[in-house]
Design a binder for this molecule. Structure first.
Ligand SMILES: [Fe+2]
Ligand SMILES: [Fe+2]
Length: 163
């Protein structure tokens, strides 16, 4: 079995869940929350499999770590959203899946050092790191895309204005 096939089989039921797929309509670091979650899950799968950790649970929890919708947190300020969204993700995920203690801890502690759940397992620590690296990468790419967009618009305006 290839790595891609194994990854697909681990997350198959989650990516087929229509409610989870709705994350494709939520903006997150300049892409969709679905895209972000998939990227974190793939990173976590690669790292935890290599390290011989509990990679199947880690991968599933990584995919579910941001399973929340903007409307569920709209009454919170930005800081509170950072702290509260893991709890909402945990509640949403547990509506559909019977989560193990490891999966629960991974989701609830993924914003560490923010929040009041400590990462209890090595897999949880792994996700807090992969999520942050992915978030920084996505934000930088988004900012770069915005800057390039502004430059292109500027050049386009210059060219068309001076015709
Ligand atoms: Fe998150
Ligand atoms: Fe995340």
């Amino acid at each position: 079995m290839t790595k891609q096939n194994e990854f697909d089989s681990i997350v198959e039921d989650i990516v087929k869940n229509n409610n989870f797929r709705e994350l494709d309509n939520e903006l997150h670091h300049g892409i969709t929350r679905y895209g972000h979650s998939l990227r974190v899950a793939k990173g976590v799968y690669n790292v935890t499999k290599k390290l011989h950790f509990h990679y199947k649970e880690a991968t599933r929890a990584a995919l579910l770590h941001d399973f929340y919708f903007n409307y569920q947190l709209e009454e919170n300020n930005d800081f509170k959203k950072l702290v509260e969204h893991p709890k909402v993700a945990y509640l949403n995920a547990s509506k559909y899946y019977k989560l193990t203690d490891l999966e629960k801890n991974i989701i609830l502690s993924h914003m560490f050092p923010l929040g009041n759940t400590l990462p209890k397992y090595k897999e949880s620590v792994c996700i807090t790191l992969v999520d942050k690296v992915v978030a920084i990468y996505e934000q930088q790419r988004y900012k770069l895309g915005m800057k390039l967009g502004v430059y292109f618009l500027f050049i386009f305006n210059m060219l068309t204005l001076h015709k």
